[in-house]
Ligand binder design. Sequence first.
Ligand code: ATP
Ligand code: MG
Length: 449
Amino acid sequence: MILIRIFFTEENQIDWMVPSPEGIYFDDVLEAICQASERKLVVTSFEYKDEEEDLITVRNEQDLKAMIHFCHGQAIEKLVIYPKACKNPGKRNKFGLKVAITPSKHSQGISQSDLPNRQSAMNNSMTGGNQASVVTQNAFQTDSVSASHGNIVNEMDGLSNLSLTYLETLGHGNSGVVYKVIHNKSKMHMAVKSIPIDLTGREQERIKSELKILNECNSSPQTVDFYGAYLNENRIFLCMEFMDGGSLDRYGKIPELVLKRVCRRVVSGLRFLWSKKIIHRDVKPSNILVNTKGQVKLCDFGVSRQLVNSIAKTYIGTNAYMAPERVHGLEYTIHSDIWSLGLSISEMATGSYPYPELASKIKSSRGVIPMEVLQCIVNAAPPQLPTHCFSLELVDFVRGCLQKDASSRPNPDILSLHAFVNIEMNDHEDVIIANWLSQRLSFASSKRC
Ligand code: ATP
Ligand code: MG
């Protein structure tokens, strides 16, 4: 139990009792501040004082975790936090970071089923089904830039908080939060990833030019379409295609019949990126998305070195899918992606993280991966799938990817010819994946009822 005092001014301070501080998310604190200010204040960060009375800024989950750790370490029962007032967006984004990407042909045709009920969307965001939603609604109303007119391409030029309406929160990651939104003008659903970040003008310029490569990535059916990016307050918002099946980390064990086809798509997506000299850098089940059309797409690939580096500055966690050579600090190569692919396929085949002794620790770590996971990746024998449960092709595919010596892993061409992913031309891949997904989704919704 901890008492958090929200300090607005000397005269205006609100106390908030938090029974189990370990259980709160960064967005919960923002919501509490928003409520305490009677919804007058939109904040994206706050500060507290450490033992030397220095002000420490909390901008994301990791900072929050460090704050809670500090409270426990110092046996603090009452902590004062100072909401940081938002700067005027125009002032903050003085270099005008905004990247417009031409949506591919896949996203231009908006079907009737893509059209949501605007009224319920608005109601949903106003009442806030959960705590984060209210904060988000506010976050999406702070920008004063309005959408431009014309076709979708031009509308994307006007991407801003005001041109989007918040629908729901899709998930929290290590670097930010992903929201489902509707693009007001085109009525298109989008996923928007919001990442807290502080950028200099030069960094913004670099990100701007690097993100333009995403224009080319939109031509691949195995990578999510990217619609654009903009900066608001101290956050970058990346707007991308919404995938209604979400990410594959949610589905536990995936039957081999389906996994084989998923894997083929992932390999094809990776080969596409590698052909553009882009290394993914974060291959894992939560970055492989599916939709009810049976499409499988990669997201969160490291297209912008500057963005990757800027996020890394504020992100203290490590990645449980990291290849051994990366743990040793060597450069990323496509071989590192192949290791992560092997771990991901193994996890999706069995339904749990491939180093069984560490699976529960990773689940409870909320993004900050314990040192022992990294030690295990480096020191333990690579995980293997049991031959009595899986086909020899799958076992061999994973074994090939999970070789500790990076140069022994199969190269992209060999990987794509492997028997596990070799599927006949007239195979109904989309249908098989779509059927499996719709079964899983209807099972999940019947459980909810
Ligand atoms: P990390 O921050 O390390 O990448 P992560 O991949 O779990 O971790 P996010 O990328 O922030 O976290 O994504 C959070 C969740 O949002 C994902 O797990 C996924 O379920 C959902 N999500 C992300 N992008 C989309 C999208 N384009 N369409 C639908 N759901 C998405
Ligand atoms: Mg992700």
